[in-house]
Write a protein that binds this ligand. Structure first.
Ligand SMILES: *Cc1c(COP(=O)(O)O)cnc(C)c1O
Length: 429
């Protein structure tokens, strides 16, 4: 037992991480160093602000608040209700939605809740093929989605490598899906949600828009919003939206009760109040003029990075990008996505390998990479830096076996990173 005098000493009662767990503390320190000294071009990653991270690491983590509104199963929820109300109101205002659920833990659970709310097991759903840019939760056989519902896949056309809307319409008339899913994880072009609505109406299907990747662009006015067209909109909060790891579900008032019941008690129990507080902060940040400017710069940087890579002779799937990411087909230079991503990581440039439409290799090898600009733009980088990054990528990819090239690029990358620090206060939290 602790002595009473010691009990009152918070440093003794509740010592800092470094003392409690030096191993995790070291990993955190090293990860901070890694994030500071590498360029993140993974389009699903970003740097949440200090304010967002403060809320995420806050004592709201201690609270159970199952339920909605004033109807909670636990007492002591006054301030939990306050932050959840703030998050809901901000989400509705930012996206112009009639209803928002901010309790959903992740993008995958948001989709699970959307299916749970509107479908029965075995129902037919039309969604984008994973190999053409779709997501695991859009019907992959090894995912709950593919096991529970009957998914039919649409994709991009061979010629344009953009979504083949005529084919979507044909498949819809052939299979009569109960729901159509619009949204992707590796699609560099604008998605025409109005067109998807048209197809859904033709066959009496629900339309689910999964904007996990592009939510920040929509909030910032750089991509058309699906909210006027979709029955349900799901999104992560940690990608272009730059919030905590988590998600939101937006929907029409008519589906509000079903969605809330699907999230809790359908697929979740206790909400993460610390994450919900952080979602409120992120949604406030995303409604600022500065964020609109951020979204605009993300897209501009992606265009310049894409042009830089194309000018080096690299082939871009669909010929370019309208959003925050691009798919680079490395087939013609004889490098696999895996080898490219490994060589780039050793050079301080972190990207992910990615399959390309009509892929011939497995997903662990893949023919492409999927660079994106949300994270480097959050660091404050602009078009001049994108040109330098494209040139470095060209150097590494044209000499993937050269340790000298990797070493030289790594040093130049580190110098650029020092000019654009991630944690301005020198502290990870
Ligand atoms: C990232 C992503 C998800 C899943 O988000 P998690 O929070 O990782 O579960 C779902 N859908 C799309 C389109 C995504 O890009």
């Amino acid at each position: 037992m602790l002595e009473p005098a010691i009990r009152r000493d918070p440093e003794r009662l509740d010592p800092p991480l470094g003392e409690v767990d030096p191993e995790v503390a070291e990993a955190l320190e090293q990860e901070t160093e890694r994030q500071e000294t590498n360029l993140v071009l993974i389009p699903s990653e970003n740097y949440a602000s200090r304010a967002v991270r403060t809320a995420t690491g806050s004592i709201f983590a201690n609270k159970y608040a199952e339920g909605y509104g004033r109807a909670r199963y636990y007492n002591g929820c006054r301030w939990s209700i306050r932050v959840e109300d703030l998050a809901i109101e901000r989400a509705k205002a930012l996206f112009g939605a009639e209803h928002a659920n901010v309790q959903v833990h992740s993008g995958s659970q948001a989709n699970m809740a959307a299916y749970y709310a509107l479908l029965e097991p075995g129902d037919t759903v039309l969604a984008m093929d994973l190999a053409h840019g779709g997501h695991l939760t859009h019907g992959e056989k090894i995912n709950f989605s593919g096991r529970t519902y009957r998914f039919v896949a649409y994709g991009v056309s061979r010629e344009t490598e953009t979504i083949d809307y005529d084919r979507v319409s044909e498949l819809a008339r052939e299979h009569h899906p109960r729901m159509i899913v619009a949204g992707a994880s590796a699609y560099p072009r604008t998605i025409d949600f109005a067109r998807f609505r048209g197809v859904a109406d033709e066959v009496g299907a629900y339309l689910l828009a999964d904007v996990s990747h592009i939510a920040g662009l929509i909030a910032g006015g750089c991509h058309p919003s699906p909210v006027p067209y979709a029955d349900i909109v799901t999104s992560t909060t940690h990608k272009t939206l730059r919030g905590p790891r988590g998600a939101i579900v937006l929907c029409r008032a008519a589906h509000a009760k079903k969605i809330d019941k699907a999230v809790f008690p359908g697929v979740q129990s206790g909400p993460f109040m610390n994450v919900i507080a952080a979602k409120a902060v992120a949604l406030r940040e995303a409604s600022s003029e500065a964020f609109r400017d951020y979204a605009r710069r993300v897209v501009e940087n992606a265009r310049v990075l894409a042009e830089g890579l194309a000018s080096l002779g690299l082939r871009l799937v669909s010929g370019g990008t309208d959003n925050h990411l691009m798919l680079v087909d490395l087939t013609s230079i004889g490098v696999t996505g895996r080898d490219a991503a490994d060589a780039l990581e050793e050079s301080g440039i972190v990207v992910n390998k990615n399959t390309i439409p009509f892929e011939t290799k497995g997903p662990q090898v893949a023919s492409g990479i999927r660079p994106g600009t949300p994270a480097v733009t959050s660091r404050g980088m602009g078009t001049e830096e994108m040109k330098r990054i494209a040139a470095w990528m060209g150097n590494v990819l044209s000499a993937p076996g050269s340790p000298e090239v990797r070493m030289r690029v790594r040093e130049e990358v580190a110098a650029l990173c020092r000019e654009f620090p991630v944690c301005r206060q020198g502290s990870p939290v």
